[in-house]
Structure formats: C-alpha cells, structure tokens
Design a protein around this ligand. Structure first.
Ligand code: HEM
Length: 498
C-alpha cells in the first residue's frame, strides 16, 4: 500500500512540475495547441503521416498551432495565406534551420553547406551554390548537351528492357545522378559502375535512417537505445563516406586546376578557396567546406529529381489518357526524330502542366524541410519566439479544395488557362518559397522536362497484365517515393502510325 502511495505521489509531483515547467516556459500569446504527454509530447498521436494529422488539427486550433514533439515545441503552419506570409513576406525571420543533432551530421555541426546551416555560413554557401548552378546548369546551354547525352543513355538502357515487366527506378536514379555528377565532378558513370552503385546504395540506406535519426532530435533519450544509436552512427558513417568520395575528386581537380578554364562546380569552388585564402580568410571556405557543399548538391540534386520522375512514370501508367495527350503534344511540337530540348517547353504547355500536376498531387515533401525563427515574430496575431522550429505543411496548400477543384483528382488541365497556355499558380509550391526556396529549382525543372518528354517521345508505358494499380501513397524517406512498381515499356517507333 505504501508502495502505491509513493508511486501516486511521484506521478502527481512529476505532472505538477511538468505543468508549471510548461506554463512558465511558454510566454503568452503563443499559438494554441494540444498538451501531449510528458517527455513524448504529442508524438504518439501524429501517426505515420503527420501532415494529414496536422490538417485535421486545423479544425480545432486554426491554421497556426503549436505541437509539443518530445523535447521540442514545433509550430505548424497550414494553408497558403499563412505559409506565404511566413516564408515569403516575413522570410528573414523564418529563414533559420533548427540545430538538431540529427541534421548536424549533414553540416559538420552546422558549420558547412547550405541545407542545414544558418547565419553567414548559410548566406555564403547559398550564394556560391546559386552562382555555380547558374554557371553550369540553370537556364544555360552548358547543361543542355550533357542532358541530351544522358537522355540517350537512359533511353538505350530502357530499350533493352522493353516488352517485359521492369521497375524503372534504378535506371532513373543512375541517369539523374549522372547529371549532377557532370555538373559538379565533371564526369558521368556507366550505369553498372561500382562507385555509382555505392552512392545509390547509401542513398537508399539514408532514406531508411533519416526517420530514426529525426526521432532522436525530438527524444534525445533514444540515443541511449542501441538500435537508434546504431542507425544514427550508420547515417554519420554514410555522410562521411560521401564527403570522402567527393574529396578524392576535389584532390584530382586541384592537380589539374587552371583558373582560366573553370570546368565544373568543383573548379568554381577551388577558385573561391584560392580567393578566400588571398583575402586572408582561409577558414571561410576551405577544402572541407567545398566537400560538404558538393556532397549536398549531389544528394539533394539527384534524390529529389529521380523521385519526381518515378512519380511521373507512376501517374502515366495510372492515367494512359494523359500519357497519350502528352505524346500527341510531343509529336506535334518536336516530332519523333529530334531531341527534345528545354527550349521546346514554351510550346508544350500540356507536358509542363502534367509534370506540375505530378509534383502537386504526389507531395514528395509534404512538410518541406524544417525552418526555425531567427527572431521573435508576429504571425496572424500570435507571437512565435526566436529559435522555434517551424513546419510549413505544403500538403495543406496543394490539397486545399478552396484552391484546387477536386484536389485528389489528377488533372493536368488545372494548370492550363482558357487561352491554352500554361497557367502558373502561386499556391503551387513543391520547391517551397522565400529565402530557403530550393536552390536547384531551375535545374530540376529542366531535367524533369527533358527526361519526361524524351521518355514519352520514344516509349509508351503501361501496367503489366494483372498487376494491381500502384498506390499513390509513397514510402517516407528523404522524400516520399512511390512504392516499387513495374511497367511494360513499348517502343513507339514500332507503332504502325509512326
Ligand atoms: C524535383 C526536384 C526538387 C524538389 C521538389 C526540391 C524541393 C526542395 C524543397 C521543398 C526544399 C526546402 C525549401 C525550404 O526549406 O523551404 C529544397 C531545398 C534545397 N534544394 Fe531542392 N528540390 C529539388 C531539386 C533540387 C536540385 C536539383 C538541387 C541541386 C542541384 C537542390 C538543392 C537544394 C538545396 C541546396 C536546398 C537548401 C536550400 C537552403 O536551405 O537554403 N534541389 N528543395
């Protein structure tokens, strides 16, 4: 009996302390939100698709609310108006990233790269990446040729598989890795190359490791459980291996470096290293900084675009009528004999609209990447303190029935205006918005257009007889990818009508 009393006293004291801790810790005027459990917070209620749980919570708390997630208070933003006001209009105050143990592995403790850094490290690295990608990729002729060349390798690799059920994922990944490899390292890999295989293997491993690793950010005690610690160490090991792999390429580039012939992003980085050294700031951008920048461009650059192209394939086999209409547009604008060029995109609104609709409805990154406030900030009448972790629920915008008619329906025509031209929508935000907006957006759009249009120019895709319709909810990882599925590829050059 005494034992039961002691336990009850302990629990009551614990809950009372927890209550006062939370009330005292939280300044007034915070967004509303649920309480959650001590230690765990609201985590046990979020389910496997937190973005959907958040949409439900809007009904109770409104479009901005606070969710205790383990040791962290997270503020979730929902709906176009609020997300735009935060990330675009008040962008400077929402441009931070949380400094978590789980993300510091990608950024050497927040001191390297762009994606998970803050302050001047972020500004400088982002500026470098934007300039380098412009120079070697976005909107420039320089990437057009490597893309056309890689598209041919991609189509040839698929040609061999035609007529039998095939999962196109691996070929898509190899092809899109080669685009970023050409831009950054200045070389492509054969699809069976051992180094390329290892990079892709690590990316698949990382996709499984990010979940447990993120959990440690919210529940630091998990670090002491060997299963979680091993996952975290494995992720750390993979990041170190990628940085080591890139460093080998940097060393090779240094040996043959010529400031009058900047060949790729690594060379541009070496030039910056030399300049910083001359300016007496060698610590601002050294070899290690460059290795992290290239590693993240590499990872962010191929994982997201290949996932997007896999979704394009999936939606085309699910919607053969859309596929046929895209093919008709390709035939009438480019024909079947010429290479598809990004310049053709202007005259191919339906193809562009189809890619946009895939990105809208697939919602590959429904919560984007976490942001953090860089100062106390007012939003919709609430005060959000400096250093608060922010999730922008892009899913709530892309699937808002007040913006998109029947948002669940796959319908590329929603992006076509009455004049038949491509109609952009501010509520279309797969690349996010504001100061943290995706650095590689232009490159990604270029790649997706070239690979998608070339694929459907040459082939038709359908589900193998008797195979179930592939599901449209995907596998969470680095971004949400489709579950594995197979298609039958047929060469359109064999069509009688061709
Ligand atoms: C379909 C393809 C892609 C999608 C959907 C996509 C989406 C995104 C999203 C949602 C973010 C987070 C923005 C935020 O925090 O608000 C992001 C950030 C970023 N993306 Fe992409 N991305 C794609 C392709 C690329 C490519 C090809 C590259 C580089 C070659 C790239 C490099 C980056 C970088 C460096 C950041 C971090 C920006 C920062 O923190 O300042 N992405 N991307």
């Amino acid at each position: 009996m005494l034992m039961v009393d002691s336990i009850l006293i302990f629990i009551t004291s614990f809950l009372t302390i927890y209550y006062f801790y939370r009330v005292r810790r939280n300044p007034r005027n915070l967004p509303p939100g649920p309480w959650g459990w001590p230690i765990l917070g609201y985590l046990p209620h979020l389910g496997s698709k937190p973005h959907l749980t958040f949409v439900e919570m809007v009904k109770t708390y409104g479009s901005i609310f606070r969710v205790p997630m383990g040791s962290q208070e997270v503020v979730v933003l929902n709906g176009y108006k609020v997300i735009k006001e935060a990330l675009a209009d008040k962008g400077a105050k929402f441009a931070g990233r949380p400094t978590w143990k789980s993300t510091s592995v990608f950024s050497d403790g927040g001191t390297k790269g762009t994606i998970f850094s803050n302050g001047s490290v972020w500004t400088e690295n982002r500026r470098f990446e934007v300039t380098a990608l412009k120079r070697f990729g976005m909107g420039k002729r320089s990437i057009e040729e490597p893309i056309i060349e890689e598209v041919q390798h991609f189509l040839d690799a698929l040609e061999v598989e035609r007529g039998r059920p095939v999962d196109t994922s691996a070929t898509i990944e190899c092809a899109l890795t080669n685009i970023i490899a050409q831009m950054t390292l200045g070389q492509r890999f054969e699809y069976g190359d051992e180094e390329l295989k290892r990079i892709l293997e690590m990316t698949h491993e990382d996709a499984e490791l990010v979940g447990p690793n993120a959990a440690i950010s919210f529940l630091p005690l998990l670090w002491y459980i060997p299963w979680f610690r091993n996952k975290s160490c494995k992720l750390q090991h993979n990041c170190a291996e990628l940085v080591h792999f890139i460093t080998k390429y940097i060393d090779k580039h240094i040996e043959t470096f010529d400031p009058d012939n900047i060949r790729d992003v690594i060379d541009a980085g070496i030039l910056k290293m030399i300049k910083e050294e001359k300016n007496g700031r060698p610590e601002a951008f050294g070899k290690k900084s460059l290795a992290y920048v290239i590693s993240e461009l590499f990872g962010a650059g191929f994982e997201s675009t290949s996932t997007a192209l896999k979704w394009c394939v999936l939606y085309m086999v699910k919607h053969p009528e859309v596929q046929t209409r895209v093919q008709k547009e390709i035939d009438s604008v480019v024909g079947r004999g010429c290479h598809v060029s990004y310049d053709d995109a202007n005259q191919m609104p339906y193809t562009e609209a189809t890619i946009m609709e895939v990105l809208r409805v697939a919602n590959m990154a429904p919560l984007g990447l976490p942001h953090a406030t860089t100062a106390d900030v007012e939003l919709n009448g609430y005060t959000i303190p400096e250093g608060t972790c922010i999730f922008a629920n892009v899913w709530s915008v892309h699937m808002d029935p007040n913006i998109w008619q029947c948002p669940d329906k796959f319908n590329p025509l929603r992006f076509i205006g009455e004049d038949g031209k491509l109609m952009k929508s501010k509520a279309f935000m797969p690349y996010s918005l504001g100061r943290r907006r995706c650095v590689g957006e232009q490159l990604a759009r270029h790649e997706l257009f070239a690979f998608f249009a070339s694929l459907l120019q040459r082939f038709s895709l359908r589900l193998p007889e008797g195979h179930p319709d592939p599901p449209t909810d995907g596998v969470p990882g680095l971004s949400i990818a489709p579950f594995p599925f197979q298609v039958i590829i047929s060469d359109r050059r064999d069509d009688k009508a061709a």
